[in-house]
Design a protein around this ligand. Sequence first.
Ligand SMILES: CSC[C@H]1O[C@@H](n2cnc3c(O)ncnc32)[C@H](O)[C@@H]1O
Ligand SMILES: [Zn+2]
Length: 430
Amino acid sequence: MATLAIRGGRILRSDMTVTEADVLVDRETGDIVELGAELAGDEELDAHGDLVMPGLVNAHTHVAMTLLRGHADDKPLDAWLREDVWPVEAALEPADIEAGAALGILEMIKSGTTTFADMYFEIDRTAEVVERAGLRAVLGHGAIAAGKDDVAARADIEESVEMARRLDGAAAGRISTAVMPHSLTTVTPELLELAATEAHDAGVPVHYHANETVDEVDPIVEEHGQRPVEWARDLGLCTEADFFAHGVHLDDREIDLLARTGTGVVHCPASNMKLASGMAPVQQLLDAGVPVGLGTDGAASNNDLDLFDELRDAAMLGKLAAADASAVAAPDAVSMATAGGADVLGLNAGRIEAGAKADLAVIDLDAPHLTPEHDVVSHLAYAARGSDVRHTVCDGTVLMRDREVLTLDEGAVMERAAARAAGLLERAGV
Ligand SMILES: CSC[C@H]1O[C@@H](n2cnc3c(O)ncnc32)[C@H](O)[C@@H]1O
Ligand SMILES: [Zn+2]
């Protein structure tokens, strides 16, 4: 067994207690083997003075949208998509996806994210970058019927199914997949049903956007006489494996249904604030026992992929939404960003314990904004930043050591992404 030992630090356990311990990892299986004192490994990472925490889980993004960062700000969802985003996405080329994904993945490694779930186009190109960069990912081709005839819309869903079947288990198991119809309003009911049947037949989840804005909820209620989550359940989209992004506008019955089915919700607080979509009832979801993870959404509605921002936003916005300062307390926010996200994605990660995946972020606590240290969990939720991450480990492999990313050439990735972004906007004529 080839091993990696992370030595001299304190570890954050899933009950949010912090203890001194080294972490021994099997680099071949990518699993945590043992926690304890004075553990030696073939390779070692120094963590003296640091906190070793589970790698963060970005459970909903569109990673190649980094190319659109700052292109379209200050609009609500529908106008933003139709006027600014979709016209540019129509000009995307596979090389753009590769460049944008590399940029986003670089940003995530640097800020301690070890897993992301991605819905986008040309997913093969994203998968290639994931393979190279060493992260864990749940990937899916985003299928959308809006603007397409029936034949093209069906072909898009079929492409999503084909990709999910083909890529599941790629990158030595670091890639898993989902069938990803875009949303409950941009894909027809027949095709949503097909997506669910085919996904479950293939043994993968369905992932989609739901209950994001009032403008998206109202037409479903008017047309079908049901709330969107009830409608989704009847179409087969609410099994325990399935998960959707946003869940901003949910009523009590929908929350109860999600708790009973075990369907996951990915809370995207920054995107929901920026597009003025609303405040998700996160404390209510947690109280009901709904699995909740955190997501950045794409970089055009955030505008970064630093999950520490989401942690803080989730804790802050959760209090406003509940009109209760005790809502979405620091430990709950940290749990959502780690074990919660991993559970939503069906992964044995997000926890530092023997047998779990060795996906870890080592946080350098020696910084003015993290001093004094009354409560390290409070710091993670309210004060830490992505730039406090010193080492990132995924699947037992060190991806960043002492803030140097080992699997990607940082300068080259940034240069290429900037060039592709400029070319993309030029081709799109904006
Ligand atoms: C079909 S691939 C994914 C598709 O989703 C778009 N998108 C980005 N952010 C959001 C959001 O918050 N709600 C709905 N759709 C979103 C993205 O631009 C792609 O077109
Ligand atoms: Zn999204």
